[in-house]
Write a protein that binds this ligand. Structure first.
Ligand SMILES: [Zn+2]
Length: 272
């Protein structure tokens, strides 16, 4: 008995450390690498990515990415505060960049570090389309899906380097980039699970609506994604975000709910 008790306390403490309830889904999620370690690494990787790629500044498109990003971030903050999760975003350092790259891709790294590739803009088609992608990618980050799509072994590997800030070891850097969908040179990207995709679709739809963008457009966006995937090898984004009819019908079904949610924040009409 005297031996067992401390063990129980230790294991309970470990459980508390490694499990956090996701405010959007109410589900317990594993976080083997805490944000305090993960975010500095993420921010360093993000800066490295920006140094190695052509960042577009001052154009209409670049300004649009920033504008949409800021609105989605504000929507996330408002939604979290209204639902009793003040402080959830306190360590986030939001940043939105457009890079000149014909790859069809967009991602959000831990702590709110977002990149859009110019290659995804024709499929996004409009600012509202960008908002649908942005909402979805930010939702993956908020729900911590990137970490969960790493295997335990990969997490251990990353855990050993997280906190060292910049990941110099190329192999470990690839592990990180694969998990967060960064870049096109890495090779095989890890797809999100169907559950994570569904969660991100739902949360993303709410975020875009609260940000003032018409959630009806999300289904239209994924129809365009689907049309774009026909024929040759799927683009980067679609290899990690498979598009299907279930997703499209879900988005159509959930759009009225997202509009109801937006109403609670005083949004009764949407931007063009
Ligand atoms: Zn996704």
């Amino acid at each position: 008995m005297q031996i067992r008790k401390p063990l129980l306390i230790i294991s309970t403490a470990l459980l508390i450390v490694s499990c956090a309830t996701n405010p959007f889904t109410g589900k317990k999620t594993m976080a083997l690498v805490p944000n305090s370690q993960l975010f500095p690494t993420s921010f360093a990787q993000y800066n490295e990515f920006l140094n190695e790629n052509k960042v577009i500044k001052g154009t209409k498109d670049a300004e649009m990415i920033t504008r949409v990003g800021q609105r989605i971030a504000v929507a996330a903050e408002r939604w979290l505060n209204a639902n009793g999760h003040q402080g959830y975003l306190k360590d986030y350092k939001w940043e939105y960049n457009l890079v000149d790259d014909k790859t069809v891709n967009a991602w959000c790294m831990p702590g709110g570090k977002i990149v859009f590739y110019t290659g995804i803009l024709p499929i996004a088609k409009s600012e509202t389309g960008v908002a649908a992608i942005m909402g979805h990618e930010v939702a993956h980050a908020l729900a911590n899906h990137g970490q969960q799509r790493m295997s335990a072994g990969m997490l251990q590997q990353l855990g050993a380097v997280a906190g060292n800030v910049a990941i110099k070891d190329e192999e470990k850097r690839n592990v990180f980039n694969q998990a967060y969908g960064v870049g096109s040179t890495v090779g095989v990207m890890l797809p999100f699970s169907r559950n994570h995709e569904t969660e991100a679709d739902q949360i993303g739809l709410y975020l875009m609506a609260v940000a003032g963008y018409n959630p009806d457009e999300a289904a239209e966006l994924w129809k365009r994604m689907k049309a774009n995937s026909g024929g040759q090898a799927p683009p980067e984004f679609l290899s990690t975000h498979p598009s299907n009819d279930t997703r499209i019908s879900n988005l159509i079904k959930w759009a009225p709910r997202a509009k109801e949610e937006a109403k609670k924040f005083g949004i009764t009409s949407f931007r063009d």
